[in-house]
Design a protein around this ligand. Sequence first.
Ligand code: URP
Ligand code: ZN
Ligand code: ZN
Ligand code: ZN
Length: 470
Amino acid sequence: MTILITGGTVVSPTGASAVEVLIDGERIAALLEPGSSAAESLAGNADQVIDAAGRYVIPGGVDGHTHMEMPFGGTTASDTFETGTRAAAWGGTTTIVDFIVHRAGEPLLDGIGAWHDKADGRCAIDYGFHQIVSAVDSDVLKGMDALMNEGVTSFKLFMGYPGVFYSDDGQILRAMQTASDSGALIMMHAENGIAIDVLVEQALARGETAPGYHGTTRPWETEAEATYRAIMLARIAHAPLYVVHMSAKQAVANLAEARRAGWNVFGETCPQYLYLSLEEHLFADGFDGAKYVCSTPLRARAEGHQDELWRYLRTDDLSVVSTDHCPFCLKEQKELGIGNFSKIPNGIGSVEHRMDLIYQGVVDGHISLPRWVELCSTTPARLFGMYPRKGILAPGSDADVVIYDPAGRTRISVETHHMQLDYSAYEGTEIAGHVDTVISRGQVIVDAGRYLGRAGHGRFVKRGLPDCLV
Ligand code: URP
Ligand code: ZN
Ligand code: ZN
Ligand code: ZN
């Protein structure tokens, strides 16, 4: 089966140009100059020709941070691999990397089989796994090396969530040293969880129980301090570092300083930190703020975090936008925290909307069109060891392609989204752009509002070594 995409503007991290894309089976076969003899002769022979006139042709989105059906906060994230990857496909994401959970004291290798069982035969798009690592010991360190052979080449550590996923500094340093030897990438949840627990206890004792206090008990200092500590520990271990879900401008400033010194440290932010805020969302009336409880927390717009994060995306001090998709329904799940914000399960669902929300950043003049592709597709593919199979339209790459209509419009709403989630954090938001066609390994899975995907089409991506010199 061959598909020729004609008339569109192909966007890569280095620019945009009018070229035709030839897909043969599951791979990109060629990029062709329009009107060239090769393009003319193929036009009549391709099994299918897609006219992309007036639209962008981009590599499918790579969401490097999702939590499908994650057991967390006394409940389980509401999207399964089936529903979550279908929603991702609708939004132009063709690869996710999800986190295998590890609980302190349990064998590290117990998780991977369970995660394969959950995902195998159910995903609409390709998927890989990171491994969460809790409370590092010598068995855990051996397990990290074993997982490298399984295509799990990145490991998330937590400076937050004491008693759940938390590791102390010595444990973190040992895991970083192990990663330094193997070439794995350490991902860090950088929040000072020990200090946060004190602030939470004191807030609750004062009767501050509403969702907004989730934010005030995780002040920016707890993120900036932990980020700085993680950078220094990574420096001691000679290990690259990837700080996940960054929301505080002061934390990113610490990262930016290390990057200016030439250190291999990388930062990720998420749409919620670019668009939503402590005042408007987390402190919404009544219990509504629970919809926006995630960690790190939403930050105060009055302090200017959101604008600074956009700036850091432009200057490449932040390298990736992922969703940290971790949906919990308001009914029965978020409601676990009525009367006590610390019991609200942490997480926001947006796997369906990342490509659109960050494209809106192009429309609003925050980032360039090539930078959109780089942040949402190319750099996550490189950092997570999937490039150039994913993240670029080039001969030999997987034919994961999105045709994006800059003249289209997208209205985000719980009424129309495909995530298994009873509210939308972006209810009513209008995007000046629209995902028209989504192709996953040569199969058209979304076409002009029709879903043609299938559970089980998505395959596990055995990832290679992260490319930490991007
Ligand atoms: O609130 C969040 N971020 N939930 C998911 C778990 C994590 O820390 O990434
Ligand atoms: Zn985290
Ligand atoms: Zn997460
Ligand atoms: Zn359209």
